[in-house]
Design a protein around this ligand. Structure first.
Ligand SMILES: NC(=O)c1ccc[n+]([C@@H]2O[C@H](COP(=O)([O-])OP(=O)(O)OC[C@H]3O[C@@H](n4cnc5c(N)ncnc54)[C@H](OP(=O)(O)O)[C@@H]3O)[C@@H](O)[C@H]2O)c1
Length: 339
């Protein structure tokens, strides 16, 4: 039976390169320079997008056993009574860590500790440490240090954080709000890390997970102090990650867009805004050193944000925050009228 042979299409790479060479020989050096620049830009965009997809959907994270899960190690979680921190405490306990929960409200902390005992039970121990990071003095940090003195801490989640009550120009921001944001987001992270790192170094293992925000990835007008405090965390984490890697310690800065919580004031989850449970599950299954957005839709947004000029992102955020402020003020007025 006669058959028609259709030649398979193939890419003649040599031919393409030869024609580029011919073009380059006949055109100006400017052509060659522009071609090289274009090829380099396209290759680097392709590489960063592929890396994003690999990280978000394919590559597994470091196994938590590496940090002492199921071996009697402890995880210290700051801001553990609510939202994302509460989920870290519950899920790290399920993964096999004893948990030290730190926050201000003793009743809320006890109820999370009780929930952990009910859900996980077994050999998992819980303990609480009451601290107000906005006003913690040396003696508060010394008592945290003495509580942790003989404890094998495998994981530190620097989760506690505070944002502005609503977007406001820096000049109109209350002084105590500025103070509290810096004390909680910057000072508490540095002080707690300072207490825990030496033990991790001596054991040559540990995970330090710092909760970052998109607000710190680009300057956020009307959230200036929060934005700058989260930028501090990104830089602090990156420097620590490099110093501590040879000592066996993983430092991750989890760049986070919105998550349903009291702080975000968002109640309904969506593709871009996960519940704390979903978010934390993703973070804990994708642990790796560095600064990146662990949640899949956040990582896509992060990619887009870094693909456009920063001035556009800043202008968009400024517009968005003006709008949020207007709506927040209107809500406040309505509530005042009702009261
Ligand atoms: N939710 C988001 O959309 C989002 C986005 C980007 C980044 N983040 C970051 O994720 C982290 C957690 O945020 P979240 O949304 O889970 O917050 P959240 O629901 O408001 O919970 C905050 C936790 O911190 C504790 N806390 C607050 N002020 C404290 C203080 N002065 N001293 C000690 N503990 C304090 C709270 O407990 P007590 O009241 O009992 O003290 C609570 O356990 C923060 O670092 C935040 O910046 C969140």
């Amino acid at each position: 039976m006669a058959s028609t042979m259709i030649p398979a299409p193939h890419l003649d790479v040599r031919g393409v390169l030869q024609s580029v060479r011919n073009e380059a020989n006949t055109r100006s050096p400017l052509f060659l320079a522009l071609f090289t620049l274009g090829a380099f830009t396209a290759a680097s965009a392709l590489w960063s997008f592929s890396r994003l997809l690999l990280r978000a959907f394919i590559l597994p994270g470091v196994n938590l056993r590496k940090f002492g899960a199921k071996k009697g190690s402890w995880a210290v979680v700051t801001g553990a009574s609510d939202g994302i921190g509460r989920e870290f405490a519950v899920q790290l306990a399920k993964a096999g860590f004893n948990i030290l929960l730190a926050a201000r409200n003793p009743e809320k902390l006890s109820s999370v500790a009780l929930e952990i005992q009910e859900k996980v039970g077994g050999d998992i121990q819980t303990d609480t440490f009451i601290i107000d990071f906005a006003h913690a003095d040396n003696s508060a940090y010394e008592s945290l240090a003495s509580k942790l003195q003989n404890i094998d801490v495998g994981v530190l989640v620097n989760n506690v954080g505070k944002s502005h009550d609503m977007p406001t120009d820096f000049v109109d921001t209350p002084a105590d709000e500025i103070h509290d944001i810096l004390a909680i987001n910057v000072n508490a992270t540095v002080r707690v890390t300072e207490i825990i790192v030496p033990g991790m170094v001596s054991r040559r293992r540990g995970l330090i997970l710092n909760m970052g925000s998109f607000a710190g990835a680009a300057p956020s007008p009307m959230l200036a102090t929060y934005s700058a405090s989260k930028a501090f965390l990104a830089t602090f984490s990156a420097a620590l990650a490099t110093e501590l890697k040879p000592k066996g310690i993983t430092v991750e800065h989890a760049n986070t867009y919105f998550v349903v919580s009291a702080m975000s004031k968002i109640r309904r989850p969506s593709a871009l805004i996960p519940l704390p449970r979903t978010y934390v599950r993703t973070v804990l299954s994708t642990i790796r050193p560095g600064n990146f957005a662990p949640y899949w839709s956040h990582s896509l947004l992060d990619y887009v944000m870094h693909s456009v000029p920063e001035s556009l992102v800043v202008a968009y955020e400024h517009m968005l925050h003006k709008d949020i402020r207007k709506r927040a003020l209107r809500k406040r007025e309505r509530q005042a009228k009702k009261a």
